[in-house]
Design a protein around this ligand. Structure first.
Ligand code: MN
Length: 260
């Protein structure tokens, strides 16, 4: 066996023996999945809906299937660079064009659970990440950076946390995203309904994770869960969206391969 064959065999043997586990970072997708609300002057994304084509009945006696209808950015989903105007002219900026090797990478998990519990508007900063790096090492290029807040555990009202002045959820500051672009990460992921903080329409630039990450050709993952089951480093993330031609994003099954 070549060394690369051995490496894959080790992962598969580890999964069979339980020394390597697969953690599902994906929320169930259904008619109950909450969708981000934009200010009323903008078009809104629909949630998920479906209709039965047939269900072992006269419409198709031996089979069951649905037609599904869903906004690209619904539930646990992937943001491609073309999602934002700043990424609209980049090469390979839509789902079907993204090279497959970019859909698998190392993952760094930054735990801001305590801070987010104390302040719904908590913002991740470069200083917070530099402090994390002092313990866990420098964030490697081409890695996913996930912000853990345990926000995914909240009931839907608290998850969206919509107030008179808009949503209040944690997220990255503009400087934080500049810092991560400087680390040349694959992308940024969050447990909240979108990758940006609830009040990010007031930031400069507006929605910095979208503006700056997608401008740099990088990706986003929103509405993740089970980040509490990941180590800070050492896991591998698989985030493969649907291969929609000219797609700006899609619901995605996000899996982490984790040393037990
Ligand atoms: Mn999105």
């Amino acid at each position: 066996m070549s060394s690369s064959q051995q490496a894959i065999a080790q992962v598969l043997n580890g999964m069979a023996s339980g020394s390597i586990k697969v953690v599902d970072l994906t929320k169930p997708l259904s008619e109950d999945t909450p969708v981000i609300a934009l200010p009323p002057e903008f078009a809104q994304s629909p949630g998920f809906s479906r209709e039965v084509i047939s269900k072992y009945d006269e419409r198709g006696p031996g089979w069951f299937w649905h037609t599904i209808h869903v906004g690209e950015h619904t539930g646990t989903h992937f943001d491609a660079p073309a999602h934002w105007v700043t990424g609209k002219d980049l090469p390979d900026n839509t789902l079907a064009a993204i090279p497959a090797a970019k859909l698998i990478g190392p993952v760094c998990v930054i735990d801001a659970t305590r801070e987010a519990a104390a302040d719904a508007d908590f913002l991740l900063t470069p200083e917070f990440i530099e402090n994390w790096e002092r313990t866990h090492g420098r964030i490697p290029a081409d890695s996913w950076v996930l912000m853990r807040t345990d926000w995914s555990k909240l009931p839907v009202d608290a998850f969206l946390n919509m107030q008179a002045d808009g949503s209040h959820c944690p997220g990255p500051s503009p400087k934080c995203i500049e810092f991560l672009v400087g680390r040349d990460v694959l992308g940024f992921g969050a447990e909240t309904v979108g990758t940006d903080a609830g009040q990010a329409h007031l930031f400069d630039p507006m929605f910095p994770c979208h503006h700056l990450m997608h401008q740099a050709g990088k990706f986003g993952l929103a509405s993740l869960c089970n980040l509490d089951q990941l180590p800070a480093t050492g896991a591998m993330l698989i985030a493969a969206p649907m291969k929609i031609v000219n797609g700006s994003g899609s619901p995605v099954r996000v899996l982490a391969v984790v040393p037990a």
